[in-house]
Design a protein around this ligand. Structure first.
Ligand code: NAD
Ligand code: MLT
Length: 310
């Protein structure tokens, strides 16, 4: 009997083709939890992006399953404890979308500084309001990078090329790593007081949940700009709303939200907030990279081996 793999979120063709060279593949997106529970027992592996919530109920019903692959970084949509209890290997593709998320962060920072989305919308409405959209240069400004991992470091290099001074906070990265790149590492409290722009690049875990909150925003410079292209919930959205309406925060660029999609978020009504629908990893190049990586790891596991990012 050949192996059967379910791909339950859109996966780049290059990855699907690799899987098809080894096993049967079903591509079925937008399944409900109940639908997944019904069919999951027929599969040896499951590959997801961020759309599918792989809950304990689904894992409980996955009696043949050996592998769950996440075509991306965060495995926060997979109940890893339930998978481990069931002896299922879970792995991700943490490197393939680093540059996509990095470039998206830089694009969001520049769009925020120059009001590009707002000015586009205004001009398309037939207006010609040049003075309304006065921006700021990033040259010479201080960028505070919270989370100095893969994406945080790549963002830092590009910000330095824009002649920004980069400072960073990461409790797990030694100061020498920053120093070697010309980045001063410091406490998060100090970073918050010194940065003109703050960008977060951590996972969403208890120590980072609402790391940017009412109290920490109060310590920041007036007119600070905030960017979140990592995970919704690192910035407290209610506190952000208050700080933007009070004028303390000059603007925010958000790719991720506490609830996705953020249909009821009052932040969407604010001109000073620019948003994208979780597009950080959405480049052709990144999707190809992550699809190939999880497909290869899936096959290794089905052959009885291990997954390199397990
Ligand atoms: P990474 O693991 O390389 O880096 C994360 C860094 O956060 C690590 O260096 C870690 O030490 C640090 N960290 C952990 N706890 C911290 C804390 N309390 N305070 C400060 N730093 C802390 O991950 P990465 O590949 O750089 O990804 C960063 C984030 O971006 C992840 O949440 C990932 O899921 C997200 N991401 C989002 C998109 C998107 O589409 N928007 C795309 C790729 C990645
Ligand atoms: C990730 O963690 O890799 C990103 O959120 C991108 C995605 O959702 O695919």
């Amino acid at each position: 009997m050949s192996f059967k793999v379910l791909v339950s979120d859109p996966l780049a063709k290059e990855g699907v083709d690799i899987l098809k060279g080894f096993c049967d593949v079903d591509e079925k997106a937008d399944l409900s939890e109940d639908e997944l529970v019904k069919i999951i027992g027929g599969y040896d592996a499951l590959i997801v992006r961020s759309g599918t919530q792989v809950t304990a109920r689904i894992i409980e019903a996955a009696d043949r399953m050996k592998y769950i692959g996440r075509a991306g970084v965060g495995v926060d949509n997979i109940d890893c404890d339930a998978a481990t209890k069931k002896g299922i290997i879970v792995s991700n593709a943490p490197e393939g979308n680093t540059l996509a998320a990095t470039e998206h962060t830089i694009a969001m920072m520049m769009a925020l500084a120059r009001n590009i989305p707002q000015a586009t919308a205004s001009l398309k409405k037939g207006e010609w309001k040049r003075s309304k959209f006065m921006g700021n240069e990033m040259n010479g400004k201080v960028l505070g990078v919270v989370g100095f991992g893969r994406i945080g470091r790549e963002v830092s290099k590009r910000a330095q090329a824009l002649q920004m001074t980069v400072i960073a906070y990461d409790p797990f990265i030694p100061a020498e790593v920053g120093a070697a790149m010309g980045v001063e590492m410091m406490s998060v409290a100090e970073l918050f007081t010194k940065a003109d722009v703050i960008t977060v690049h951590t996972p969403l875990i208890p120590s980072t949940t609402h790391l940017v909150n009412k109290e920490s925003i109060a310590t920041m410079k007036d007119g600070v700009r905030l960017i979140n292209c990592a995970r919704g919930g690192i910035i407290d959205e209610a506190a952000l709303y208050e700080a933007i309406t009070s004028g303390k925060v000059a603007g925010a660029a958000l790719d991720v939200f506490e609830q996705e999609p953020p249909t009821d978020s009052p932040l969407l009504s604010l001109d000073k907030v620019i948003v994208t629908p979780h597009l950080g990893a959405s480049t052709v190049e990144a999707q190809k990279n992550v699809a190939i990586s999880v497909a290869q790891q899936c096959i290794e596991v089905l052959k009885g081996g291990s997954a390199k990012n397990a």
